[in-house]
Design a protein around this ligand. Structure first.
Ligand code: ACO
Length: 361
């Protein structure tokens, strides 16, 4: 038995390939380096969905805009009890109001949901009025507008597109596996996506970038990095944004996101300094991890520069997991459809290590 199912192949997929030794990510036949920064999220969602729905239009932009408008009505359910939850929990509760189904209409509403609900929850929690979606905008620009209440610049929308494309799919990660298990029972796409978001929110998976900001804020200045990081490891903590189950070298998504942050920092007064600080922390962390864990290659993962990018786009850290879900939902849906179309019920075995059978009293 493999602890944590490490190395176990549990699905065959046409959707993405993670080469952990070489540090490459292929999304449906394209290298991530060719997709991120050059394609919009709508195009990558189309690439992932292609062949899994009967009635796919040639371009998803309009249909996704309409889906944003359609799901916005659910925000009327945001009451005091929901607003007392964390943004990702409140967003998940709104998501759960959508009916199950297996068609493209359900898929697009599910794809629109985190994009609409995350800004709505944040604004409502801050006592601000909600900004309804504008179907004339591309997905990334509309998300930023719904969050900030002002139009996004092209550079900001491009940076968010680069992020959403980068995290759209990533092999059989924990949340995608959870989504596939639920899809295999034929429960429907909404149920599969809710399994995905529930797995994603944990700090060992998609909940890490918020704590990356806490770490950077705790360190404060480059010269504090070594002492702060050593002390965290002495307390038995993990360094957020480092290590990966599959990558034994640098996570290729980290460099794509770092490049996107660099593009954004042109013309910014503060961002170049923040990037230089993050690079100093990264360098110190890699040196320390190399010294302390010489047998376990631990490198940077996607979450480190995610934190910097989303911070630069003025997403509050409490929303980072919700923003991750805006991208990964495309992958969850495609995997759920792939599982439904070609797979069997996922039902592995367990090995019993409990007491021998005995007489009940
Ligand atoms: N900081 C310090 N030590 C680490 C880290 C880290 N970030 N990651 C792994 N290690 C150490 C472990 O303590 C362990 O050491 P030990 O053998 O002496 O006990 C060894 O490396 C192996 O760790 P595992 O937990 O077996 O590795 P696994 O593959 O299960 O974990 C994971 C991968 C969860 C990502 C881990 O590296 C981690 O906790 N990282 C920090 C959280 C994080 O950045 N999460 C985002 C991941 S990316 C994503 O999911 C989108």
């Amino acid at each position: 038995m493999s602890d944590g199912l490490e190395g176990v192949v549990a699905a065959r997929t046409v959707l993405s390939d993670v080469d952990g030794q070489a540090g490459h990510l292929i999304i449906r036949g394209y290298s991530l380096d060719d997709l991120a920064g050059r394609t919009r999220f709508e195009e990558v969602a189309h690439l992932l969905f292609d062949g899994f729905f009967d009635d796919m239009p040639a371009d998803l932009t309009r249909a996704l805009s309409e889906a944003r408008a359609a799901v916005f009505v659910e925000t009327a359910a945001l009451d005091e009890r929901l607003l007392a939850l964390s943004p990702v929990e409140a967003m998940r509760a709104l998501w759960a109001r959508l009916a199950d189904g297996d068609g493209l209409d359900t898929a697009l509403k599910l794809l629109a949901a985190p994009a609409v609900f995350t800004p709505a929850v944040v604004r409502a929690q801050a006592g601000q009025s909600l900004v309804p979606p504008d179907p004339s905008l591309r997905h990334s620009a509309d998300i930023l507008r719904m969050l900030h209440g002002r139009p996004a610049s092209e550079a900001e929308a491009d940076a968010l597109d680069a992020y959403l494309v980068t995290v759209s799919d990533h092999g059989l990660n924990a949340s995608t596996f959870a989504a596939r298990v639920v899809a295999s029972t034929q429960a429907g796409l909404t149920s599969a996506v809710l399994a995905g978001i529930s797995a994603l929110k944990g700090p060992l998976h998609g909940g890490a970038p918020g704590p990356v900001i806490d770490m950077l804020d705790g360190i404060g200045r480059p010269e504090n990095a070594r002492a702060w990081l050593e002390a965290a490891l002495d307390r038995g903590e993990r360094l957020m944004g480092f290590g990966h189950r599959v990558y034994r070298v640098r996570d290729p998504r980290a460099d794509v996101l770092k490049a996107a942050v660099r593009r954004m920092s042109e013309g910014s007064n503060v961002l170049p300094g923040r990037v230089a600080f993050a690079e100093a922390v990264e360098k110190a962390a890699l040196e320390i991890l190399r010294d302390r864990k010489p047998d376990r290659p631990l490198d940077i993962n996607v979450e480190f520069y995610t934190a910097l990018l989303l911070e630069a786009l003025a997403f509050p850290p409490t929303t980072f997991t919700g923003v991750f879900a805006m991208g990964r939902t495309a992958g969850w849906i495609a995997h759920a459809r792939e599982q439904l179309v070609g797979g069997r019920l996922i039902r592995p075995a367990s090995q019993y290590i409990g007491p021998e059978p005995r007489q009940a009293a």
